[in-house]
Design a protein around this ligand. Structure first.
Ligand SMILES: Cc1cc2nc3c(=O)[nH]c(=O)nc-3n(C[C@H](O)[C@H](O)[C@H](O)COP(=O)(O)O)c2cc1C
Length: 187
């Protein structure tokens, strides 16, 4: 009988961090978790402090089997999640995208993203914002910087402000489509 703790390395699934920001669509993150688990990933969620208020934490933790991370642990406390093999930032807000590109590491979520570059962890970002936010000059510069850093960026186009959002056009599974070839090619 096999024991989970002594399972051969070949059975270990890759671990995906899903970084969730405070965008209106965040409550549907279970869709990405389901798609990733069906594609044989283990998943842990890291939410921004604001993003925590947009998701059903109990449901997400039940689905992933891991605690949601949002704040830094205290020195000496164990790491609640295994290290990431890949990261999907979905949904990514205007705010988090700009801070990440600028290296302003003031939430655990952005701190993990900033370090991911140095660790060489494949990272995909699915922005979700409106066209008024996207018109700010910082946004285009931030995307260009993230692209230079090797971050994979989804094809979603910002929606019209106050138009009810573009939830129907937001493809959660694009995160996996972007990351899978990276991992197959050894990152
Ligand atoms: C109901 C609601 C919906 C929001 N939706 C978005 C959104 O879709 N995209 C976005 O960039 N900001 C959105 N915001 C603004 C962000 O929540 C705000 O900028 C916040 O500071 C982002 O924090 P975070 O990037 O740390 O998650 C929304 C705010 C509220 C109250």
């Amino acid at each position: 009988m096999s024991d989970r703790h002594t399972a051969p390395q070949s059975e270990k699934k890759p671990f995906l961090y899903v970084v969730v920001c405070a965008a209106g669509i965040a409550g549907d993150v279970g869709k990405l978790i389901t798609a990733a688990q069906e594609a044989h990933w283990d998943v842990g969620v890291v939410a921004t402090p604001q993003g925590l208020g947009f998701i059903d934490a109990t449901a997400v933790e039940a689905q992933t089997g891991f605690p949601i991370r949002s704040a830094w642990r205290l020195p000496g406390q164990p790491r609640p999640l295994p290290p990431a093999d890949a990261i999907a930032v979905a949904p990514a807000t205007f705010n988090t995208i700009n801070k990440w590109a600028a290296g302003i590491s003031d939430t655990l979520a952005v701190g993990i993203l900033c370090e991911a570059y140095g660790f060489g962890i494949p990272t995909a970002v699915l922005p979700y914002l409106n066209s008024a936010q996207a018109a700010h000059p910082a946004y285009g510069r931030s995307l260009a910087r993230l692209r230079e850093m090797g971050v994979l960026i989804s094809s979603y186009e910002p929606h019209q402000p106050a138009a009810g959002g573009g939830a129907d056009l937001f493809r959660w599974e694009e995160a996996l489509e972007l990351l899978t070839p990276e991992l197959a090619g050894g990152g």
